[in-house]
Design a protein around this ligand. Structure first.
Ligand code: NAG
Ligand code: NAG
Ligand code: NAG
Length: 227
């Protein structure tokens, strides 16, 4: 695989049960503008549930597969997360969407949340190899959980608390997991130089499409700078 590859980890297709589509689209555009090739990965497993994005009702009987759903975003080219080797990409990026809290971890659906084992492996291996990790929206909670569990204090943002920030409680959770949480606006990016972890709030903010795109683009630019 090309050394210009950046792995992009998906969690399904659609904000309420998978990857947030506008965020991943912004990631792909920013990467290709910088001459990088996004290579998509997703866990090959049944997704937590399927949400009707029009009326919000959920169905846990449909048993959609996270990898298959992610193929919609990847235009068919998506590999099982188990195949992602740290040597095959310069960096790894996790866009947001509830899939990160339902399929990549159980943060959004369990009192005692866990991170998917392959997700944990990937985060640990890229960190150990000193390759940059980019996360946006809710996905930084994955880094808070994994590195907090190893007593590694990473610095990250999940946006802010207050008006316009519907998921502000997440900041407290990330602190409980052991992360240093920095409050930031949608157009800002948090760079943990020591651990090469780059985060941006994206749709943690109830923002406009271009605001999300600009924040995610800055996140990707900072990730590529750290390669
Ligand atoms: C949402 O729409 C689906 C499909 O039309 C329907 O089966 C379901 O009952 C609806 N749920 C609610 C809460 O309206
Ligand atoms: C589906 O979700 C409902 C409501 O949360 C729950 O009662 C039921 O046990 C779930 N079924 C499966 C197969 O997980
Ligand atoms: C981390 C994890 O595995 N989360 C959930 C993803 O979806 C499946 C359903 O297949 C759940 O069982 C997992 O708990």
């Amino acid at each position: 695989m090309s050394s210009e590859s950046v792995a992009v980890v998906l969690s399904g297709c659609g904000v309420y049960d998978g990857t947030e589509i506008h965020e991943v689209a912004a990631v792909c555009v920013a990467l290709s503008k910088l001459g990088k090739t996004p290579v998509f990965y997703a866990p090959d497993k049944v997704q937590f549930h399927e949400v009707n994005h029009v009326n919000g009702s959920s169905d846990n009987e449909t048993k959609r597969n996270v990898l298959v759903e992610s193929g919609r975003i990847a235009r068919g080219k998506v590999l099982a997360l188990g195949e992602l080797q740290v040597t095959s990409a310069d960096a790894v990026i996790f866009p947001g969407g509830f899939g990160a809290a339902k399929n990549l971890s159980t943060f959004g659906v369990s009192e005692n949340p866990v991170v998917d084992q392959e997700v944990e492996r990937v985060l640990v291996e890229f960190h150990e190899a000193k390759k940059p990790i980019g996360l946006c929206c809710i996905s930084p909670i994955l880094a808070a959980m994994v590195f907090g569990g190893k007593d590694i204090k990473v610095k990250l943002t999940l946006g802010k608390q207050g008006d316009g920030w519907p998921f502000g409680g997440t900041l407290d959770k990330a602190k409980e997991f052991g992360a240093e949480v920095v409050e930031m606006n949608v157009n800002e990016v948090c760079i943990d130089e020591e651990h090469k972890i780059v985060t941006s709030p994206a749709f943690m903010y109830d923002g406009k499409f271009h605001e999300i795109q600009e924040g995610v683009t800055q996140m990707v630019n900072a990730v590529v700078d750290l390669i």
